[in-house]
Write a protein that binds this ligand. Structure first.
Ligand code: HEC
Length: 228
């Protein structure tokens, strides 16, 4: 066999295929474990011990959550209970949620569960987007809790006649038709007071998840809406 090119050798291609398949399988298995570790939910002890988790435990609803630009990471990052000034959360500053900042792991977990079921039953994703899934008819809800419109600097507390962010949001969710803010209106979905509380807890928890700056430019868009 004189001068047979390697490119026309069947065995060469068979071996290449086997190596590529083997390498890709190992890479995928490694990525699966890496991702599982990144997205597994933390717990109350993590928050109390200052352990940063990409997905904090349910009792994060007892804390104040802020969203600030990280020059190191080049996008906004959620800070839980204050910013330690070194790119991490302080886990100190509490924030009352419907009058309390001492929800137990079980109570907070039950509220989140109720909110999650509510978001599925009422199909928020039909119009909104949560963590990249859903529709773009209505505002992205991934960081809705951090939308300044609901804070002391925004108008929604006055509009709904409530004095806290969570009460204003819960009131809006129960009677959105009474508080139109955009040309597009959210319909009344028959959400009860308890469901609304769960949904707001769900949105607060959602906003505390480190999504690598997604949705992009949320801070700038919200700032622009507030004329900043
Ligand atoms: C039929 C479409 C539709 C469905 C379903 C829907 N919404 Fe909305 N929602 C809207 C529209 C449109 C707006 C913007 C209108 C406004 O602000 O007045 C809105 C606004 C909001 C806001 C204010 C957003 C912000 O950033 O300030 C929140 C919070 C919200 N919806 C939560 C929910 C939740 C939670 C669900 C599911 C239980 C849900 N919506 C289901 C259409 C919908």
């Amino acid at each position: 066999m004189a001068n047979k090119s390697v490119w026309s050798d069947n065995r060469f291609w068979q071996r290449t295929a086997a190596w590529v398949t083997g390498f890709a399988s190992i890479l995928l298995i490694w990525l699966t474990f890496d991702t599982s570790a990144q997205i597994s939910m933390g717990n109350d002890a993590d928050l109390k011990n200052g352990v940063t988790k990409r997905v904090p435990g349910p009792t994060v609803i007892n804390y104040k959550i802020s969203y600030e630009m990280s020059t190191k990471r080049g996008h906004e990052v959620p800070y839980i209970g204050g910013n330690d000034g070194k790119g991490g959360s302080l886990f100190k500053e509490k924030e009352k949620f419907f009058g309390r900042d001492d929800y137990s792991e079980k109570e907070a977990g039950d509220l989140l569960h109720l909110g999650k079921l509510g978001s599925q039953a009422k199909n928020c994703m039909d119009c909104h987007t949560l963590m990249g899934n859903g529709a773009y008819y209505a505002p992205d809800l991934t960081k809705a809790w951090l939308d300044p419109a609901w804070g002391p600097e925004g108008s929604m507390q006055a509009v709904t006649g409530k004095s806290t962010k969570e009460e204003a949001m819960a009131e809006f969710l129960q009677h959105p038709e009474l508080y139109p803010t955009h040309a597009r209106m959210m319909p009344n979905l028959g959400i009860t007071a308890q469901e609304a509380k769960g949904l707001v807890a769900f949105l607060k928890h959602l906003s505390s998840i480190d999504t690598n700056g997604f949705p992009r430019n949320f801070g700038k868009i919200q700032g622009a809406l507030n004329g900043k």
